[in-house]
Write a protein that binds this ligand. Structure first.
Ligand code: SF4
Length: 241
């Protein structure tokens, strides 16, 4: 697909995209447009690290970002999966990852958010972020296999603990098994990696004081549940009347 038709395919498409079912549209080599319902399968469960370009069709820097993203998608084929999400059609992703401006690039490894970059990112910078992401990706070394086993048992602990907390606080856990499983997995990974139950949907900054705010249940969850019906990660939900 040529550059013109590629940009046209993203920014000029007139056809209705369905949002009530998972959509995965292959735009080019190693470049996919998805919607919210395809997020967990394409990003959360991806075997490769993933970079997600969160954009809107009317934003000029997003248009400028398009060809850079496409070029590096080819270059990093088989190493990093490239995904685009139109936040107009999939606003839940913007909400989930606290996206305040577009374009925002989200970098994931093993389903965990590792980094985010807001604003236009040039080719060299994007390559740098991708290489950093790959450096963190070392395959299943013996210690990682051990970590995976630890994650499973930590995940069970997380399930018990979050159920108890939900009961005590008058909330319920996400009734969608798959989404619940992903959040618990993220919490377990953070527990084993950082020693704390850091929120899997927020960035761990390394600043202990700042990061205290995002230890689950984070300082934001009560307001989020009261205003939106669920916490930012969709772990705790308001009970239905
Ligand atoms: S309560 Fe806060 S920290 Fe825990 S999962 Fe929800 S948003 Fe993340």
């Amino acid at each position: 697909m040529g550059l013109g038709s590629f940009i046209g395919s993203i920014f000029g498409r007139q056809e209705q995209v369905k949002f009530n079912e998972p959509v995965v549209e292959e735009l080019n080599k190693n470049l996919f447009m998805i919607n919210t319902l395809a997020f967990e399968a394409e990003v959360g469960h991806s075997e490769l690290p993933v970079v997600v370009d969160c954009f809107t069709k009317t934003c000029p820097p997003c248009k400028k970002m398009g060809p850079v993203f496409e070029k590096l998608a080819c270059e990093y084929e088989s190493k990093v999966k490239f995904i685009k999400i139109d936040l107009k059609g999939s606003p839940e992703i913007g909400k989930r990852f606290n996206i305040l401006g577009v374009p925002t690039l989200l970098f994931f490894k093993d389903g965990d958010l590792e980094n985010n970059v807001v604003g236009y990112t040039n080719e060299d910078k994007l390559r740098e972020h991708l290489d950093n992401l790959l450096e963190q990706q070392s395959g299943n070394s013996p210690s990682e296999v051990e970590n995976m086993t630890n994650n499973e048992s930590t995940k069970e602990d997380m399930h018990v603990w979050t159920s108890k907390y939900a009961d005590k606080a008058g909330y319920m856990l996400n009734p969608d098994e798959e989404s619940l499983h992903l959040v618990l997995e993220g919490l377990a990974r953070n527990r084993n990696k950082h020693g704390k139950n850091y929120c899997p949907c927020r960035i761990v900054t390394g600043d202990e004081q700042e990061d205290k705010k995002i230890i689950c249940p984070c300082i934001y969850h009560k307001d989020e549940i009261s205003n939106d019906g669920s916490c930012h990660c969709d772990l705790f939900f308001k009970k239905k009347d």
